[in-house]
Design a binder for this molecule. Structure first.
Ligand code: DON
Length: 309
């Protein structure tokens, strides 16, 4: 296990202070109007380790919309539920297209490129909506048990906003349905998908929830088996190649960690056998990744020598 230097706490604060003005280089997502209201200058970061240490700076305890970070948790639930059958309905290749692209889905006959673009996550939402009688509640209770915190909730304003502005996601779902790759009714699938995107969590809750991916599927704080070692490996592999949208190649090239971002400005990065970093700052770059979040994770990875490559 990597050693954390004694002065890491102050180094983390320095890394955050260096970013104080960088948020101005990005733009807060406004295609979901409720997200546009979040103050752009907020920023926080957490490094949680599998041996129970937690290092924090800034607004690390403020809850924000996890958006596409939810795709990791949905994927783990679906893998647990249907096993390898999932991979008959969704691939594991980078898409090279924007996360909400439709065009590739038609060429590829309704089989999404991977489970962390919107089409793939909607497919996963179909698995959950079809296999749980109350999939939203099952998702929420999975999140609460992973974080060991009941104070995790679906933000109703964001959820409404997603529903009203979700036409492109509906188009993806109906296109997959037309190819026979969606089992449940599309409105039920979308209801689950929008609810999971609208979950609010803090950097600390997210980092601690995901520790099982750094620890071969076992949550180190509860000792519970969340998924198999093979599935932890597979999720990390997908995050390495596809988790940062169309910037995944650059992120692997410059930082070298499996990571997932969401348009709420959060980014989580998994460091196998070490821990999880979560950074949050709402303004996004042109790829949809948090400007400050990327800088923070890059700075921490360099400081601690965390690249997996
Ligand atoms: O589907 C959407 O538009 C959002 N609810 C999730 C967006 C997001 O974070 C981008 N994901 N890959």
């Amino acid at each position: 296990m990597r050693k954390i230097p004694d002065d890491f706490k102050s180094k983390l604060h320095n890394l955050l202070t260096l970013q104080t003005l960088s948020y101005k280089e990005g733009n807060v997502a406004d295609y979901i109007p409720a997200l546009a209201q979040v103050p752009p200058e907020l920023m926080g970061v957490v490094v949680a380790t599998i041996d129970g240490k937690v290092f924090t700076a800034g607004d690390y305890d403020t809850q924000f919309s996890i958006q596409s970070i939810s795709k990791i948790f949905g994927l783990v639930m679906a893998m647990n539920r249907v096993g390898d059958n999932l991979w008959k309905r969704v691939n594991m290749e980078p898409s090279g297209q924007p996360f909400n692209s439709i065009i590739q889905l038609e060429w590829e006959k309704g089989i999404p490129r991977n489970p962390v673009i919107n089409a793939g996550a909607i497919l996963v939402a179909d698995v959950l909506a079809s296999h749980y009688s109350a999939s939203k509640l099952a998702f929420l209770s999975f999140m609460r048990s992973l974080a060991n915190d009941e104070n995790i909730y679906i933000d109703q304003e964001v959820n409404q906003s997603e529903l009203i502005h979700g036409n492109r996601n509906a188009a993806l779902a109906y296109l997959m349905k037309s190819f026979g790759n969606i089992e449940a009714e599309v409105p039920d699938v979308l209801t689950h998908y929008f609810a999971q995107c609208s979950v609010s969590m803090s950097c600390k809750q997210l980092a601690q929830s995901l520790l099982f991916l750094a620890n071969k599927g076992i949550h180190p704080l509860s000792n519970k088996k969340i998924c198999t070692p093979k599935d932890a490996h597979r999720v990390n592999a997908i995050l390495s190649t596809s988790g940062m949208y169309d910037q995944s190649g650059e992120f692997a090239f410059s930082v070298g960690l499996p990571a997932k971002s969401g348009v709420g400005g959060g980014i989580v990065a998994v460091v196998p056998n070490f821990g999880v970093i979560c950074a949050w700052s709402p303004p996004l770059n042109s790829f949809g990744n948090s400007v400050v979040g990327m800088n923070l994770i890059a700075g921490i990875a360099e400081e601690l020598g965390l690249s997996i490559y």
